[in-house]
Design a protein around this ligand. Structure first.
Ligand code: ZN
Length: 350
């Protein structure tokens, strides 16, 4: 944070005012206000405000470093600008730069964070790096509980711990939160938790049935019916998760019907699992790397040479030893199988 503020001062984008606080100089950052479609004229000081905020050059300038005052009590750190504390926005810019780099593909947050928080993040980060900070901003609507704003006085304030204490799992809570499109207000209710439990049971039973069917898979098995799912395309449309889950449940209906009618060859689940895996190619790439690392470890431990890694069904990877040296024990000759989660498991893992 200190490095970023120092750089902003060096670039004349920030200044220390009479009150010893350091402010961002929004007049020097013409992009300021673009995300929230703000008219900077509206941020011009009026006489009264100006007298309250005499230290700042411009009423819109926001604090990067707030000088210590009595109200801060024990809260304070030393800095090149004296004792104080960071402004409300700088930690986000500093943390994301350290952990994720200068540029982010997607930045999420609530609609109420657009201004001033996200405007300030853009100004700070781009002010330091000169690079576009975020490619896509995704702002979610407010969370409602029982159709009302969550508040302690209304008695509708729940922490995750409260929800779990009522007998729900983290997985059920996660499903309840992820099933609504991010732009739509999410109304949390315990009926919704019950619906999530039922939806997950339906998915679990379906996966179990597919696994059982695929166990009888053989190379001769016909592929038979494989539902055409456009889960990914739907998700690609502005993260339309509710639509994508609709596609998933349509697939579940179709495959269950086909299995009931014996129209579903044992090869079909294999294909379906592969397709589900394709939804997250980077996840598969990571799983493959992990499988490879496990294979290398296996080889090191056992002295076996690895012939290759084969992607099997059900999100499994098989590691094939290249030379089955006779001195190897039965155990080390066994093709080591590393289980990786399918995308559905990944999304819904407990
Ligand atoms: Zn933030």
């Amino acid at each position: 944070m200190i490095e970023m503020i120092a750089e902003l001062i060096k670039r004349d984008l920030a200044y220390q005012a009479e009150d010893k606080s350091v402010y961002f100089r929004i007049n020097k950052f013409p992009e300021y206000g673009k995300l929230a479609h703000l008219n900077l004229e509206e941020l011009r000081p009026t006489g009264r405000v100006r007298s309250d905020e005499y230290e700042k050059e411009n009423i819109g300038d926001f604090a990067l470093w707030k000088a210590w005052d009595e109200e801060d009590g024990d809260v304070g750190w030393d800095s090149p600008w004296g004792r104080g504390r960071p402004g409300w926005h700088i930690e986000c810019s500093a943390m994301s730069t350290v952990l994720l780099g200068d540029q982010l593909d997607i930045h999420c947050g609530g609609v109420d964070n657009i201004f001033p928080h996200h405007e300030a993040e853009i100004a700070q980060s781009e002010g330091v790096t000169g690079k576009k900070f975020v490619r896509y901003w995704m702002h979610c609507a407010h969370l409602l509980v029982d159709n009302q704003k969550m508040s302690k006085s209304l008695g509708n304030f729940y922490t995750l711990r409260d929800v779990i204490a009522k007998g729900y799992t983290g997985r059920e809570a996660r499903y309840a939160l992820l099933r609504v499109h991010y732009r739509a207000p999410l109304n949390f209710t315990f009926e919704g938790m019950e619906e999530s439990r039922q939806a997950l049971t339906r998915i679990d039973e379906w996966l179990e049935r597919l696994r059982e069917t695929s166990e009888s898979a053989s190379p001769e098995s016909p592929g038979a019916l494989v539902p055409d799912d456009n889960f990914q395309q739907t998700l690609d449309d502005d993260l339309n998760i509710s639509g994508a889950l609709g596609v998933l449940f349509e697939s579940i209906r179709e495959t269950n019907r086909a299995m009931d009618a014996n129209e579903f060859g044992p090869g079909a689940p294999v294909y379906l699992f592969t397709k589900l895996n394709d939804i997250k190619p980077q996840m598969i790439a990571e799983a493959t790397r992990n499988a490879r690392a496990a294979a290398e470890q296996f080889a090191k431990d056992s002295g076996a040479k690895i012939g290759g890694i084969r992607r099997a069904n059900q999100g499994l990877f098989e590691i094939l030893p290249r030379d089955r040296a006779p001195q190897l024990t039965e155990e080390t000759q066994i093709e080591k199988t590393v289980r990786v989660v399918s995308t559905v498991d990944y999304l819904l893992v407990d």
